[in-house]
Ligand binder design. Structure first.
Ligand SMILES: Nc1ncnc2c1ncn2[C@@H]1O[C@H](COP(=O)(O)OP(=O)(O)OP(=O)(O)O)[C@@H](O)[C@H]1O
Ligand SMILES: Cc1ncc(COP(=O)(O)O)c(N)n1
Length: 259
């Protein structure tokens, strides 16, 4: 059985973060492991509290995982602060982790900061260069390239500029733009578009977490990056289309809608 590790924050309401990742990995028939960077008190209406893990404890969790059950792929989500980022980067290097997918989580759908502003530099310098692919949404890509993104041409420019900075592939997710749900993968050379119809479903809590975990699963299974993104997007689209409607705000996806 393939093993996939998620390094992320806990969402007690189960729609995003570690919980979304574990559901995604499990539904892909893989063995899920988790290193928790922070506990959040949140639900579909907002994030009400954050309790960060001590950086040494994040390192200890990584030692326990890597010294015993080596992951075939690693997904990284909410990392909270610069000290946690530095420990994660050091441990990933120490264990020569493979197939790393970094979702540079900065702000939740409900508008709360999930990364301290001071940590953005550490994220860019220490963690993003370790990713086989990084998966910013539009606001995150804007923060990383320092330019507004309003259309597909802007997405392409931003992907190239971010990729040149980090040295790896970039998938910019277009969920926050209008019209079709278009994501752009840049891996050097010609970019590749992944286009799906926009689903009229306001319940999009955890779409980014789910997509990046599904990409990690496909990389663990040995698919090349382009095929991994295609499969992950198909899974995400199915989970959104299933139309689960839970909670008072932007609700979770149905992770069990099928792979
Ligand atoms: N209404 C929609 N219909 C179809 N696909 C969507 C829709 N909204 C988002 N997506 C897709 O979901 C994936 C995640 O994109 P999005 O831009 O929402 O990321 P995100 O903001 O990081 O997600 P999150 O809600 O977890 O923060 C992308 O593949 C995007 O195209
Ligand atoms: C622990 C954690 N990680 C990530 C997200 C982002 O997901 P979303 O933007 O859908 O709220 C979140 N809300 N909580």
């Amino acid at each position: 059985m393939k093993k996939v590790l998620t390094i992320a924050g806990s969402d007690c309401s189960g729609g995003a973060g570690i919980q979304a990742d574990i559901k995604t990995i499990t539904v892909h028939g893989m063995y899920a492991m988790s290193v928790i960077t922070a506990l959040t008190a949140q639900n579909t209406t907002g994030v009400y509290g954050i309790f960060e893990a001590a950086p040494e404890f994040v390192g200890q969790q990584m030692d326990c995982v890597f010294s015993d059950i080596r992951p075939d792929a690693v997904k990284i989500g909410m990392v909270s602060n610069a000290d946690i980022i530095r420990v994660i980067a050091r441990k990933l290097r120490e264990y020569a982790a493979e197939n790393i997918v970094v979702d540079p989580v900065m702000v939740s759908t409900s508008g709360s900061a999930l990364l301290s502003p001071a940590a953005q530099e550490a994220l860019v310098e220490e963690l993003l260069p370790m990713g086989r692919v990084i998966t910013p949404n539009i606001p995150e890509a804007e923060a990383l390239c320092g330019k507004k993104i309003e259309n597909r041409r802007d997405m392409r420019r931003a992907a190239e500029s971010i990729g040149e900075k980090t040295g790896g592939a970039v998938l910019i997710k277009g969920g926050h733009l209008e019209g079709e749900a278009c994501d752009l993968l840049w891996d050097g050379g010609e970019p590749c578009w992944f286009i799906a119809p926009r689903i009229e479903n306001p319940n999009t809590h955890g779409t980014g977490c789910t997509l990046s975990s599904a990409i990690a699963c496909a990389l663990a299974a040995g698919y090349p990056l382009g095929e991994a993104v295609k499969r992950a997007k198909a899974y995400l689209t199915k989970a959104l289309k299933a139309g689960l409607d839970l909670g008072k705000g932007s609700g979770p996806l149905n992770h069990m809608a099928g792979v």
